[in-house]
Design a binder for this molecule. Structure first.
Ligand code: PRX
Length: 659
């Protein structure tokens, strides 16, 4: 089969609609379209009442709430503020008490193969709770108290989820930092969050290599402590690492000394649950703060609705716990819903391109949730590895993180899903906590390229530059008119920035940073970011962050980073760089600068291309004309208005630099 590379954003194939396959719809929880429509309508009429009911139905409260939404201190929402609960109680204890104690909570597979055999660990709800109880005690013995911050820098192993749940159990606030981030990025985040303790591992396996995570923690902490008193180290790769006496502790030694007892600490619904850093339009990542009751209500309800979860499902979301998808739809949503979650430590092409399909076949995965960039990579590998495997256990597929081009959607549906599985294209963000726009798979048509309709209780709108609602099919800014329980509460340590970033473009209304349009059927077509945030392989990267990394190199005078469309990664980073006087341009230096960015931020931010220029195009007032650079990077030509450009010679030189 040949697949054309259509553009990544929503090239319209609106005539292709996929009704819920009969076999799927017959078993789905929500299969009556009229009931779903009525639910959406009543929730839209009174979102607060809808979410109040969801909070009661989905969660166990130690102290029931009487308050719903409090928006009196807008834009800081409070939900269910006088209620009390504990997240690990909801994810573990109530299932243990409610008949799922012997049900598998986590099934994990490591990357390395011993012969043909991978290492597989299964933790039932009972076993997971025991581990979390012990880990909670370990944290307490090391002085972690309610409200203290704990940084987690781990490979994708069960201990990552155990660490998160242990923090939640004692009311500590975790900040998970993706294992691909550099020492520099890790240090910034540890410091910004004021973390007292770091949980890490000696390393993790990826593409057959041991990634030495503990070395990165050592480099991040350097000679100072940066406020960190203790480092807990999980043994995974068993490579030699340095242990600093007094500061560093082996996880397994402390766990052996701990007992599987202890009750979860009930906290108020607005108690902070975690801080997760994400890129924005400035050089400094934002610590997005999520709290307890509203967040857990949102992710539990949406997980059940969007994934139509059943007790006999084996659900695999390929995200790392370092991202919001890993928080909401690997750990918290699925476990609160009592699901069985599959985790895989490593890379899809290890030891060869069969690995993912082999996993689905061996474990009988029934729900598979991944990013469009991964799908486009699989497409480029051809169908042979897929067709060799029995994927008939799959019944539902999902995507997240970036717009999915219709060709990839149709390929996913036909080749991986065998035409049997609905695809839920889920739109949401780190800041939204959980999914906001996605199909309800048992009752609704799926349409390639659109996340379709808002979930019940969610009220998005497309607005023009002055905040006025747009008619059908007119593009505009995607905003949310009404607060929802999973929404971010603030940016840690920078409340002004929270208000400014999200609630000033359209005063008082949450602005997503995305452009979109709504079609005549109400489907939302996401066009991508309208700010200086890029989406590379489903990862959010701020252009300013990469620019700051580049100018921190002694030979760089100025840098401007833009995105250009890429058939696999969605967008690719192109850096335009001017060098300090007298520095010669050469390919080795371009390579060194790419490496420098990877060292400063992490490999995910490494530019695809570094182009040298004698000067960058600027307006007469000195602003870099990014639009021109985007056009140059993407199309190789500049078509738009250049009348404010200060020096046309610069543009000529930049064009010439392509050759
Ligand atoms: O531009 C949108 C894109 O990813 C951004 C959010 O990135 P992040 O906070 O890292 O969260 C990713 C995982 C939820 C959004 O502003 N995005 C996310 N999902 C979709 C999407 N774009 C189109 N379609 C989606 N389904």
């Amino acid at each position: 089969m040949k697949h054309n590379n259509d553009t990544i954003t929503s090239t319209l194939i609106e005539d292709r609609r996929f009704a819920p396959p009969k076999a799927f719809a017959a078993r789905a929880h929500l299969r009556d379209p009229a009931a779903a429509k009525a639910l959406r309508e009543s929730a839209a009429a009174d979102p607060e009442a809808y979410w109040r009911q969801a909070a009661r139905e989905e969660l166990r409260w130690s102290k029931p709430f009487t308050q719903g939404l409090d928006w009196s201190n807008a834009p800081h929402a409070k939900w269910f503020a006088d209620g009390e609960l504990n997240v690990s109680d909801n994810c573990l204890d109530r299932h243990c008490e409610g008949g799922r104690v012997h049900k598998a909570a986590l099934i994990w597979e490591g990357e390395p193969l011993d012969g043909n055999e991978p290492e597989v660990r299964t933790l039932t709800y009972g076993q997971l709770r025991a581990q979390v109880q012990k880990a909670a005690q370990v944290l307490q013995r090391l002085g972690v108290q309610v409200g203290d911050r704990v940084a987690i820098y781990m490979p994708l192993i069960p201990e990552a989820a155990i660490a998160m749940l242990a923090c939640a159990r004692i009311g500590a606030v975790h900040s998970v930092i993706f294992g691909g981030f550099s020492a520099e990025s890790l240090r910034d985040r540890i410091q910004d969050a004021g973390a007292k303790l770091v949980i890490t591992a000696d390393g993790g396996w990826r593409r057959g290599q041991a990634l030495r995570l503990k070395d990165v923690v050592d480099e991040a902490l350097g000679h100072g402590t940066h406020g960190v008193q203790n480092v807990l180290v999980v043994q995974r790769t068993r490579e030699d690492i340095a242990m600093q006496p007094g500061r560093d502790h082996w996880w397994h030694e402390h766990m052996e000394a701990a007992k599987a007892v202890g009750k979860p600490v009930a906290v108020p619904a607005e108690h902070p649950l975690f801080i997760l850093y994400t890129s924005g339009t400035t050089g400094k990542p934002k610590g997005i703060l999520h709290t307890t009751g509203g967040y857990l209500t949102h992710v539990t309800r949406t997980f059940k609705q969007v994934f139509d979860i059943r007790d006999d499902d084996l659900y695999w979301c390929t995200a790392d716990v370092g991202w919001i998808t890993g928080h909401s739809y690997v750990v918290y949503g699925p476990l609160a819903a009592g699901a069985t979650v599959f985790l895989y430590e490593g890379a899809p092409a290890f030891p060869d391109k069969n690995r993912f399909w082999d996993i689905i076949e061996r474990h009988r995965i029934s729900i598979f949730y991944t990013a469009p960039t991964a799908l486009r990579t699989f497409m480029s590998w051809g169908e042979a590895p897929i067709l060799k495997h029995d994927l008939t256990s799959l019944r539902l597929l999902g995507t997240v993180g970036e717009p999915i081009n219709p060709a990839a959607w149709v390929w996913y549906h036909e080749v991986i899903g065998g035409g049997r599985c609905p695809i839920v294209d889920t739109w949401w963000q780190t800041e939204t906590g959980g999914i906001l726009i996605a199909p309800l798979p048992g009752v609704q048509e799926c349409v390639p390229g659109t996340a379709t309709l808002p979930l019940p209780g969610v009220l998005p709108e497309i607005v023009g530059p002055d905040g006025e609602a747009q008619p059908a099919n007119a593009g505009g800014l995607l905003v949310l008119k009404h607060p929802w329980p999973g929404m971010a509460r603030t940016i840690w340590g920078d409340d002004e920035r929270f208000k400014e970033t999200y609630f000033s473009r359209v005063p008082g209304i949450y602005f997503t940073g995305d452009g979109a349009r709504r079609d005549a059927d109400g489907n939302f077509w996401i066009m991508g970011r309208v700010d200086d945030v890029l989406n590379v392989s489903g990862h959010r990267i701020g252009t300013m962050e990469v620019e700051s990394a580049l100018v921190s190199h002694p030979l760089v005078a100025e840098a401007a980073v833009v995105g250009r469309p890429d058939a696999v990664t969605g967008q690719a980073l192109v850096a335009f760089v001017t060098l300090t006087a007298g520095t010669a341009q050469n390919p080795e230096l371009a390579e060194a600068l790419r490496h420098h960015v990877a060292h400063e931020i992490g490999a995910l931010a490494r530019p695809a291309e570094v182009r040298f220029a004698a000067a960058l195009p600027k307006t007469r007032s000195g602003k870099i004309m990014r639009r021109l650079l985007r056009e140059l990077a993407g199309q190789g030509t500049v078509s738009g208005d250049t009348s404010t450009l200060e020096d046309f010679g610069v543009l000529e030189a930049l064009r010439a630099s392509e050759d």
